[in-house]
Design a protein around this ligand. Sequence first.
Ligand code: ATP
Ligand code: MG
Length: 553
Amino acid sequence: MSETIKERSLNFVEEIIEADLKSGKHNGRLLTRFPPEPNGYLHIGHAKSICLNFGLAQKYGGGTNLRFDDTNPVTEDTEYVDSIKNDLRWLGFNWTNEMYASDYFDQLFKYAKKLITKGLAYVDDSSAEEMATLKGTPNAPGVESPFRNRTVEENLNLFDGMANGDFAEGSRVLRAKIDMTSSNMLMRDPIIYRIKFAEHHRTGDKWCIYPMYDFAHGQSDSIEGITHSICTLEFVSHRELYDWFLEKLEIFPSKQYEFARLNLTYTVMSKRKLLQLVNEGHVTAWDDPRMPTISGMRRRGYTAKSIVDFCDRIGIQKRDNLIDVSLLEFFVREDLNKTSTRVMAVFDPLKVVITNLPDGVVEPCSLENNPEDPESGHRLVNFTKEIYIERGDFMKEPPAKYFRLSPGKMVRLKGAYIIQCDEVIENEGGSIKELRCSYIPSSKSGADESGIKVKGVIQWVSASEGLKSEIRIYDRLFKVEDPSSEEGDFKEYINENSLEIITAYVEPVLKDAKPGDRYQFMRNGYFVPDTDFSPENLVFNKTVGLKEGFKVG
Ligand code: ATP
Ligand code: MG
């Protein structure tokens, strides 16, 4: 089969770019940007936008600016700036320039004055309620403000006064003078500057007026010479305004293109909602492994490759849709299967005493680290007199064709010996306390001369050498596929049982686990050391199960 990326048909943005490059527009130059507002951590939806913007630049030999869209002083913070840069690097992307919309405040102020001078902007003293009333509705035209026909000079003076802090917050705004009867409500004299006596994370208290999104975004694109400004569908109606400002200001004509946001099942994807989950304690932090944030997924054990592969696979659409999270998990599993070290961990231990192995004797057994990767080598695991097996791997009264352990029967211990169950010791209530077994010394894996054939292989951990470890097992954060579209508050649909903590016995080698190491706990799934992990306090997160199949409950 020769299915290569080359053969995938072009998506609509690629078609536009190829046409632009062919026609020699911008002299063949391509510059995209990724413009996060630093008011939260990046989530998987952002990853989609990142892969698209950086991916296009890589494919067509262009560049991508990282621009912090930090024009709203109230919600932004440098903590978020740092986390965004960290997540981008982890995903494997390098930006051409690191920019801040707030660096353009002086330029934007000049642009506003230019519009005033051209008779295309005015200071409005109306209250917010008055402005809302005069704006009209989609079916009824708006009415012009009584302040709309101030002279250029008066407007310049008042706007300077706003910038000087002469007026109270909410008392005046600067508006573009466009068309109060436009069918596009955003063209009905949109507000472009408002007074806000707020400290900005970068400009401090230098400004007490701040530009609105629509007066900052397109201009920032233009200042940087962005050729293709790609954003999500909710900005379709803003495009007319975007073009209007660049045209009236007579500056570089960046162009905006829109694609559908990524939505995933069983989660929410807006920073506002994610912040609520954090602030109200439904999760522990932005990087809680149940969060759809990049940092949460990293902590959960998802690889950057699996996230990028997922984004490539889903492509881009022009209509909103909901993608099944199991598709993302498919890519995670696919990558982890190739790269993770196999180890044994017993989640529900049943003690087994090997009666014919003398006290204190250890039998080193060699186990393969990763059958998918011949380079990964082997490790030695000591077989000892007392071991734990999974309680579910023993049955006192087994059905026919049960190949694991049962009274009088034999099974192979993974990488070690065949054992036979000779005696079952029960507690008073009849529950099983431990098993007495004998091992077949000539049956060692890799050097088996016993001639005995057994069908079952089970895993085990030495009771004396295995380590107790905390295992965090996650389920979906929400009980319904699309919590945002349900009636009432989205938090009513939180799955209260999304975290289960158990104690397990794991192979001693896991004491040396490092952040970023990835393991397959055989038969149990893929696991990573949590950020809470230390050699004295072993904590692992379950990344994903070995096979698809999740139950919410
Ligand atoms: P949120 O709704 O989560 O607060 P946002 O759009 O306000 O998201 P920004 O920081 O402004 O977040 O987003 C930066 C870029 O990422 C924008 O270009 C935005 O369109 C894009 N983006 C955000 N969410 C998604 C998503 N779910 N799917 C695709 N792109 C997204
Ligand atoms: Mg935003």
